[in-house]
Design a protein around this ligand. Structure first.
Ligand code: 3PG
Length: 211
């Protein structure tokens, strides 16, 4: 794994966040750091995404990546804003190749054997398993890990405190993504203390489940 993927794996969790206003990114960053999880996947689902990434990157203490990246142009925007990794819901040759041109980590989605093989052909060995719960959950990852022993998965989508342990128990799981510790509405309030508490709870739970 790359150094960036190693760092994501060390944190065990990847907060997936929708930022509606880049002005809220300061509070988000402060809450993530104070809560002990200085990581963010900022999704390109709002026009504020690139500016939010820039704010978090400029802090210097948050490992920030871009999520929901589906076009090479979005890769360019994410990298220009300072994203250290680029996450996609599926596997796109164009997106992965643009990431390689920028020398930035690509984390594309794959939930079937065919999709995993497609990712491998592009040189990707860590994939986002999305949408995790709707795609068979931990049992599906365990089944895929048999033929793909060198592949690492980042399950995301439908994960929360109730089922986090099922995923973290799998050696093939590098980290688990989710939005439960950074709910969009709360991010929009700029409530640092509220966010910090949710983040800290998630970190404590993950540490209990996989020290
Ligand atoms: C993602 O883009 O990874 C998902 O929207 C996050 O899924 P969740 O909201 O179910 O955690």
């Amino acid at each position: 794994m790359s150094a960036v993927l190693d760092r994501l794996a060390a944190h065990r969790l990847v907060p997936v966040v929708v930022v509606d206003d880049a002005a809220h990114a300061h509070a988000l960053g402060a809450a993530l750091v104070a809560g002990g999880l200085p990581v963010a996947e900022v999704t390109f689902r709002t026009t504020a995404a690139a500016d939010a990434i820039r704010v978090l990157r400029d802090r210097g203490d948050v490992l920030v990546g871009a999520g929901t990246v589906v076009t090479p142009a979005q890769v360019d925007a994410a990298v220009a804003a300072g994203a250290s990794y680029v996450v996609s819901p599926g596997t796109s040759r164009a997106v992965v190749e643009r990431c390689a041109e920028h020398d930035v980590v690509a984390l594309p989605g794959a939930v079937t054997a065919t999709e995993v093989q497609a990712a491998l052909e592009l040189g990707v060995t860590t994939v986002k398993f999305f949408p995790a719960a709707a795609s068979g959950g931990a049992a599906a990852i365990a089944a895929l890990a048999a033929p793909f022993a060198d592949v690492r998965f980042v399950p995301t989508g439908g994960v929360g405190p109730g089922n986090l342990g099922e995923y973290l128990a799998l050696p093939s799981v590098a980290a688990v993504g989710g939005s439960w510790m950074v709910p969009r509405d709360l991010v929009g309030t700029g409530d640092v203390d509220g966010l910090r508490a949710l983040v800290a709870d998630a970190v404590a739970l993950a540490t209990t489940l996989r020290p």
